[in-house]
Design a protein. Structure first.
Length: 245
Protein backbone atom coordinates (compact mmCIF):
# COMPACT_ATOMS: atom_id res chain seq x y z
CA UNK A 1 0.00 0.00 0.00
CA UNK A 2 1.45 3.37 -1.05
CA UNK A 3 1.70 6.61 0.90
CA UNK A 4 -1.25 8.06 -1.04
CA UNK A 5 -3.52 5.14 -0.11
CA UNK A 6 -2.48 5.32 3.54
CA UNK A 7 -3.25 9.04 3.61
CA UNK A 8 -6.65 8.47 2.00
CA UNK A 9 -7.56 5.83 4.59
CA UNK A 10 -6.64 8.10 7.49
CA UNK A 11 -8.59 10.97 5.90
CA UNK A 12 -11.61 8.70 5.44
CA UNK A 13 -11.75 7.84 9.14
CA UNK A 14 -11.27 11.51 10.02
CA UNK A 15 -14.33 12.31 7.89
CA UNK A 16 -16.41 9.80 9.84
CA UNK A 17 -15.09 11.23 13.11
CA UNK A 18 -16.09 14.71 12.02
CA UNK A 19 -19.50 13.84 10.56
CA UNK A 20 -20.54 11.27 13.23
CA UNK A 21 -22.97 9.50 10.87
CA UNK A 22 -23.15 7.01 8.05
CA UNK A 23 -21.99 8.42 4.71
CA UNK A 24 -22.84 7.44 1.14
CA UNK A 25 -20.28 6.81 -1.57
CA UNK A 26 -20.96 10.19 -3.18
CA UNK A 27 -20.60 12.00 0.16
CA UNK A 28 -17.31 10.28 0.94
CA UNK A 29 -15.96 10.91 -2.57
CA UNK A 30 -16.87 14.59 -2.32
CA UNK A 31 -15.32 15.06 1.12
CA UNK A 32 -12.18 13.14 0.16
CA UNK A 33 -11.98 15.03 -3.14
CA UNK A 34 -11.45 11.87 -5.15
CA UNK A 35 -13.26 10.16 -8.06
CA UNK A 36 -16.21 7.99 -7.04
CA UNK A 37 -14.58 4.92 -8.65
CA UNK A 38 -11.39 5.36 -6.60
CA UNK A 39 -13.43 5.98 -3.46
CA UNK A 40 -15.45 2.81 -4.09
CA UNK A 41 -12.24 0.77 -4.41
CA UNK A 42 -11.08 2.19 -1.08
CA UNK A 43 -14.42 1.37 0.56
CA UNK A 44 -14.41 -2.17 -0.82
CA UNK A 45 -10.91 -2.78 0.55
CA UNK A 46 -11.93 -1.56 4.01
CA UNK A 47 -15.11 -3.67 3.85
CA UNK A 48 -13.10 -6.79 3.01
CA UNK A 49 -10.71 -6.19 5.89
CA UNK A 50 -13.55 -5.58 8.36
CA UNK A 51 -13.14 -1.86 8.99
CA UNK A 52 -16.31 -0.63 7.24
CA UNK A 53 -19.79 -2.03 6.70
CA UNK A 54 -22.77 -0.94 4.64
CA UNK A 55 -25.66 -0.17 6.98
CA UNK A 56 -28.22 -0.83 4.22
CA UNK A 57 -28.43 -0.75 0.46
CA UNK A 58 -27.76 2.85 -0.64
CA UNK A 59 -27.97 3.98 2.98
CA UNK A 60 -24.27 4.57 3.42
CA UNK A 61 -21.24 3.14 5.18
CA UNK A 62 -19.93 3.32 8.71
CA UNK A 63 -16.80 2.03 10.52
CA UNK A 64 -17.04 -1.18 12.53
CA UNK A 65 -15.60 -1.48 16.04
CA UNK A 66 -12.44 -3.15 14.71
CA UNK A 67 -10.48 0.10 14.44
CA UNK A 68 -11.42 1.05 18.01
CA UNK A 69 -10.28 -2.31 19.43
CA UNK A 70 -6.97 -2.14 17.57
CA UNK A 71 -6.43 1.47 18.68
CA UNK A 72 -7.22 0.59 22.30
CA UNK A 73 -4.74 -2.30 22.25
CA UNK A 74 -2.02 -0.12 20.72
CA UNK A 75 -2.63 2.71 23.18
CA UNK A 76 -2.68 0.38 26.19
CA UNK A 77 0.77 -0.91 25.28
CA UNK A 78 2.43 2.40 24.34
CA UNK A 79 5.76 2.33 26.27
CA UNK A 80 5.84 6.11 26.77
CA UNK A 81 2.18 6.64 27.63
CA UNK A 82 2.28 3.72 30.03
CA UNK A 83 4.97 5.52 32.00
CA UNK A 84 3.62 9.08 31.91
CA UNK A 85 -0.17 8.56 31.92
CA UNK A 86 -0.53 8.67 35.73
CA UNK A 87 1.35 12.00 35.85
CA UNK A 88 -0.80 13.42 33.04
CA UNK A 89 -3.97 12.40 34.85
CA UNK A 90 -2.77 13.93 38.12
CA UNK A 91 -1.94 17.20 36.36
CA UNK A 92 -5.32 17.27 34.62
CA UNK A 93 -7.16 16.66 37.88
CA UNK A 94 -5.08 19.16 39.89
CA UNK A 95 -5.20 21.94 37.31
CA UNK A 96 -8.71 21.27 35.93
CA UNK A 97 -7.23 22.22 32.54
CA UNK A 98 -6.40 20.24 29.41
CA UNK A 99 -3.04 18.46 29.59
CA UNK A 100 -1.04 17.58 26.47
CA UNK A 101 1.98 15.32 25.95
CA UNK A 102 4.12 16.35 22.98
CA UNK A 103 7.28 15.54 21.09
CA UNK A 104 9.21 16.94 18.16
CA UNK A 105 8.69 15.32 14.81
CA UNK A 106 10.79 16.10 11.75
CA UNK A 107 11.37 19.75 10.83
CA UNK A 108 11.02 20.73 14.50
CA UNK A 109 7.25 20.71 14.50
CA UNK A 110 5.32 19.53 17.54
CA UNK A 111 3.10 16.44 17.43
CA UNK A 112 0.56 15.77 20.17
CA UNK A 113 0.97 12.24 21.52
CA UNK A 114 -1.83 12.34 24.09
CA UNK A 115 -4.49 14.84 25.17
CA UNK A 116 -6.43 14.71 28.45
CA UNK A 117 -9.40 17.04 28.28
CA UNK A 118 -10.25 19.50 31.02
CA UNK A 119 -13.51 18.77 32.88
CA UNK A 120 -14.53 22.43 32.43
CA UNK A 121 -17.20 23.31 29.87
CA UNK A 122 -14.95 26.09 28.55
CA UNK A 123 -11.71 24.32 27.68
CA UNK A 124 -9.02 23.73 25.10
CA UNK A 125 -9.66 20.72 22.87
CA UNK A 126 -7.27 18.88 20.56
CA UNK A 127 -6.63 15.37 19.28
CA UNK A 128 -3.56 13.12 19.44
CA UNK A 129 -1.67 13.34 16.17
CA UNK A 130 -2.30 17.03 15.64
CA UNK A 131 0.78 19.06 14.72
CA UNK A 132 1.70 22.58 15.83
CA UNK A 133 4.35 25.18 15.01
CA UNK A 134 7.00 25.17 17.71
CA UNK A 135 7.78 28.91 17.76
CA UNK A 136 4.34 29.89 19.09
CA UNK A 137 3.45 26.77 21.07
CA UNK A 138 4.29 26.32 24.77
CA UNK A 139 5.36 22.69 24.34
CA UNK A 140 7.28 23.62 21.21
CA UNK A 141 9.22 26.22 23.15
CA UNK A 142 9.94 23.72 25.92
CA UNK A 143 11.30 21.29 23.31
CA UNK A 144 13.34 24.01 21.61
CA UNK A 145 15.00 24.68 24.96
CA UNK A 146 16.43 21.14 24.96
CA UNK A 147 18.45 21.76 21.79
CA UNK A 148 22.10 22.74 21.81
CA UNK A 149 22.53 26.49 21.09
CA UNK A 150 23.74 26.00 17.50
CA UNK A 151 21.01 23.49 16.71
CA UNK A 152 18.39 25.74 18.28
CA UNK A 153 19.58 28.68 16.18
CA UNK A 154 19.41 26.55 13.00
CA UNK A 155 15.94 25.32 13.92
CA UNK A 156 14.61 28.82 14.52
CA UNK A 157 16.25 30.17 11.36
CA UNK A 158 14.55 27.47 9.30
CA UNK A 159 11.04 28.17 10.58
CA UNK A 160 8.47 30.16 8.63
CA UNK A 161 7.08 32.41 11.36
CA UNK A 162 3.65 33.92 10.77
CA UNK A 163 1.99 36.51 12.98
CA UNK A 164 -1.18 34.83 14.26
CA UNK A 165 -2.08 37.42 16.91
CA UNK A 166 -0.63 40.68 18.20
CA UNK A 167 1.42 38.67 20.70
CA UNK A 168 3.02 36.26 18.21
CA UNK A 169 6.81 36.41 18.10
CA UNK A 170 7.89 36.23 14.47
CA UNK A 171 11.70 36.46 14.44
CA UNK A 172 14.28 33.91 15.58
CA UNK A 173 15.88 36.56 17.81
CA UNK A 174 12.61 37.34 19.57
CA UNK A 175 11.75 33.66 20.13
CA UNK A 176 15.26 32.88 21.40
CA UNK A 177 15.06 35.78 23.85
CA UNK A 178 11.64 34.60 25.02
CA UNK A 179 13.03 31.09 25.63
CA UNK A 180 15.81 32.46 27.85
CA UNK A 181 13.49 34.80 29.74
CA UNK A 182 10.79 32.24 30.51
CA UNK A 183 13.25 29.45 31.29
CA UNK A 184 14.71 31.64 34.03
CA UNK A 185 11.19 31.98 35.44
CA UNK A 186 10.73 28.22 35.40
CA UNK A 187 8.35 27.65 32.51
CA UNK A 188 7.72 28.05 28.78
CA UNK A 189 4.53 29.70 27.70
CA UNK A 190 2.16 30.66 24.93
CA UNK A 191 0.07 33.54 26.19
CA UNK A 192 -2.27 34.44 23.36
CA UNK A 193 0.29 33.84 20.61
CA UNK A 194 -1.79 31.44 18.51
CA UNK A 195 -5.29 32.56 19.52
CA UNK A 196 -6.00 35.73 21.51
CA UNK A 197 -7.86 33.90 24.30
CA UNK A 198 -5.74 30.74 24.49
CA UNK A 199 -2.77 30.11 26.77
CA UNK A 200 -0.44 27.28 27.64
CA UNK A 201 2.44 26.62 30.00
CA UNK A 202 4.91 23.77 29.46
CA UNK A 203 8.04 22.04 30.71
CA UNK A 204 10.28 19.38 29.08
CA UNK A 205 11.48 16.03 30.35
CA UNK A 206 13.73 13.28 29.03
CA UNK A 207 13.15 9.52 28.73
CA UNK A 208 16.24 7.66 27.58
CA UNK A 209 17.66 9.78 24.79
CA UNK A 210 14.36 11.38 23.76
CA UNK A 211 12.88 14.69 24.91
CA UNK A 212 9.17 15.22 25.51
CA UNK A 213 7.10 18.09 26.89
CA UNK A 214 3.94 18.37 28.96
CA UNK A 215 1.74 21.42 28.63
CA UNK A 216 -1.27 22.67 30.55
CA UNK A 217 -3.56 24.55 28.18
CA UNK A 218 -6.73 26.55 28.65
CA UNK A 219 -8.35 29.98 28.44
CA UNK A 220 -5.93 32.86 28.88
CA UNK A 221 -7.98 34.33 31.73
CA UNK A 222 -7.49 31.12 33.75
CA UNK A 223 -3.92 30.21 32.81
CA UNK A 224 -2.12 33.56 33.05
CA UNK A 225 -3.05 34.45 36.66
CA UNK A 226 -2.10 30.93 37.82
CA UNK A 227 0.99 30.39 35.69
CA UNK A 228 3.47 30.09 38.56
CA UNK A 229 1.36 27.47 40.35
CA UNK A 230 0.78 25.50 37.15
CA UNK A 231 4.46 25.68 36.21
CA UNK A 232 5.47 24.39 39.64
CA UNK A 233 3.14 21.41 39.19
CA UNK A 234 4.64 20.71 35.77
CA UNK A 235 8.23 20.78 37.00
CA UNK A 236 7.44 18.38 39.84
CA UNK A 237 5.63 16.00 37.47
CA UNK A 238 8.43 16.05 34.88
CA UNK A 239 11.11 15.46 37.52
CA UNK A 240 9.15 12.51 38.90
CA UNK A 241 8.84 10.96 35.41
CA UNK A 242 12.58 11.29 34.82
CA UNK A 243 13.37 9.69 38.18
CA UNK A 244 11.47 6.56 37.11
CA UNK A 245 13.63 6.19 34.01
Amino acid sequence: MGVKNTLQISQLFEVFSREKRALTLSELARQLEMPASSCLNLIRTLELTGYLYEIGRRQGYYPTGRLLKIAQTISANDPVLDRVKPALQELRDASAETVVLSKFRDEYRVVYLDVLDSPSSIRYTAQPGEVRDAYCNSAGKALLSTLEPKEQARALAGMKMVRKTERTLVTPKAVAANLLETQRKGWFSNLGETLPDLAGVAWPFKLGTEHYAISIVGPLYRIEPNIERLASMLRVACAAIEQKD
